[in-house]
Structure formats: structure tokens, C-alpha cells
Design a protein. Sequence first.
Length: 275
Amino acid sequence: MITDQLFFTGINLILAWSVYVVLLAGNLSFAQGAFMAIGCYASGLLTVKLGVPLVPAAIGGAVLSAVLAMLIGWPALRVRGIYLIMVTIGVTFCVRVGLENFRLVGGVQGFGGMSGADLTTVLGAVLVIGLGLWCLSISPLQRVLDAVREDDRVAESLGINTAWVKLAAFSIGAAIAAIGGALYGHFMNFVRPDNFDILVSIYVVLYVILGGVNNMFGPVLGAAIMTLLPEYFRVLAEWRPTIFGLVIVIMLLFRPEGLLSFRVITARLGQGQGK
């Protein structure tokens, strides 16, 4: 039982980090559930139909999600604010409807036969992704992302290609979500399209808002709290959507930057040039 709880905490952490990466460039995505589904089904087809091992299959699903995110994001990231949020919500619904009508993966009946994921696998994925984000947070590239997020027009005046930075963040976030989806599917053994509805994307965004958007440790705290508390307090599990909404309202009123609001000190740009 504890192993299952830790596994799902790790999955939610990976998904929260996928949103965090997109937020680094100043965008908010509600399409992570869709990219999670793409990673799950794509890796499932590779392992079940073609006999590919789990790790290469998960990487294949991540690459596919990243490519699709680039194709979607190139026109979508030209809009901002509520319009971009609506586009990403639309992507989530489109992917779900597509999966429901795709017979190769079972349609509405679901897709099964996946296996091989366990707590060790998800901890390994968390370690690798976390190490990558930590290296990013202390690198000069973090300052580029900060500039794009705070004011993209000023960033453009400094010679930064803001469109490519936002697209890269969107694609990397999609790839991370796909890895979470691949591990989720191969742990559950059987999935259906309604496992990846819009509520999944909403919950993932709430993890980040609760924990904090300024550093990579905020999503860790938010995912852990929102995953483990309902498991140990069953009354919370029954009222999860209501409690989630109440917590977010309180956080926005009294601590809008989340529980962990500090920023990691970023490396100077000159350090990479020997200055």
C-alpha cells in the first residue's frame, strides 16, 4: 500500500515538473494530461505490440510527445493568457476523443497488457529529471528563461529568440509528462482514455501553484501534499475537488507565490566564458 502511494506521488511529481518547465518560460499549459496519454499509449504500443523494453519505449513516447508539442505549440504559443489556456484545454479534449476512436489502442474499451513499472523505475525517472532541472536552475540558461517569463519584449531586445525559448519549454514539458504517462500505464496494466481527462491537467497545475512556481522544489512539495494527504485522511479523498479549490483560493489570497517562494541562485552568464 505504501509502495503504491509513493509510486503515484512520484508520477504526480513528474507531471508537476512538466508544468513547472512550461511556466519557466511564462506560459501555462492545461494539456499535460493529453501528453501524458500520448506517452502512455505510444509506449504501450511499443512494449505490448513490438516487444520493446520499457525504458526505450518511454523515451520513444516522450520524443513523440515533444514533436507533437512543437507542431501544436508553434501556432498556439503566438497567443497569450486565457487564449493559450483555452487552446491547451482544447488539445486535451481532442486527444481524448482521438484515443476513444482509435481502434489500435482499444478505443473506449481501453488498452491493456502493459507491465514493468514499479517504485524503483519511477524513483529513477524522478532522479534523472530532477537532476536535469537542478542543472538548469543553476545554469545561465535559467536567466534566459527568467527574462522571457518576466518581459518577453525586453528579452527580444536583448537578442533572445523568445518564440523558440517558449516552444522548447513547451516541448520539454510535454516530454516529461509523457514519461510520467508511460510509467503510469505500465504500472496500472490497463488504461482508458477517461484516465487522462481535463481534471488530470487541472490537478497537476494546482500541485505547482500550491508548492510554488519559483523553484523546482515547490512542485515536489505540492505533489506530495496533494497526493498523500487524501490517502491518509479518507474524508479528504471524498472531498478532494472541493478541498483543492479551497486551498488554491486561500493560497492565492495569502501566499500567491506558493509554499516555497524562494529562488535558486543562478549562475552568472560570465562564468561560462571564464570571466
